[in-house]
Design a protein around this ligand. Structure first.
Ligand code: PNS
Length: 160
């Protein structure tokens, strides 16, 4: 059975992430969305909230599950017995950082994990969670960027 992990902060999940999740769920038998529980990053949404939003928006994808993790991605992958990482590439600016983490993950895993890159669909090339947070903070309609459930959570967070 082919299995892959799509890791990220997902603070919050956007249509860009969802596009990558949908496409990878068609490529692999099982996809685990790995939500990084990183207290150092001071996220807008707690890990459980980010996880809950992902569960909601991936509800119709039967082979997708959502699990949070602490620490190193390669350790989480060993626990889950998965050897493939999925990452989305939006633009050339993502490439240098993504190449570095893909190569270091491969090195520290002693060549047991590989990273598969999917190019983000053109309509989401500009989209990021930080852009969504910034617009939502000032009351801008973010319904083009995130599913309705997430847009509602952003409204509640900023009490609009
Ligand atoms: O959505 P993001 O914030 O770009 O995702 C980054 C993520 C979660 C993939 C990366 O930070 C990660 O894998 N963190 C876990 C800690 C780890 O393994 N660090 C070593 C590689 S950076």
């Amino acid at each position: 059975m082919s299995r892959a992990i799509y890791p990220g902060s997902f603070d919050p999940v956007t249509y860009g992430h969802l596009d990558i999740i949908r496409r990878s769920s068609a490529m692999f038998d099982e996809v685990i969305v790995g939500v990084l529980n990183n207290s150092a990053k001071n996220p807008l949404f707690r890990t459980e909230e980010r996880e809950q939003m992902l569960v909601e928006v991936t509800e119709e994808l039967a082979n997708v599950s959502v699990i949070s993790f602490d620490g190193l991605l390669v350790d989480f992958m060993r626990e889950q017995d998965v050897a493939v990482i999925i990452r989305g590439l939006r633009a050339v600016t993502d490439f240098e950082y993504e190449l570095q983490i893909a190569q270091s993950n491969r090195k520290v895993s002693r060549e047991t994990v590989d990273t598969v890159f999917l190019t983000t669909s053109i309509e989401y090339a500009y989209l990021s969670s930080s852009i969504v947070r910034e617009y939502a903070r000032y009351g801008t309609d973010v319904s083009d960027f995130v599913p309705p459930y997430v847009a509602q959570k952003l409204k509640e967070r900023f009490s609009l």
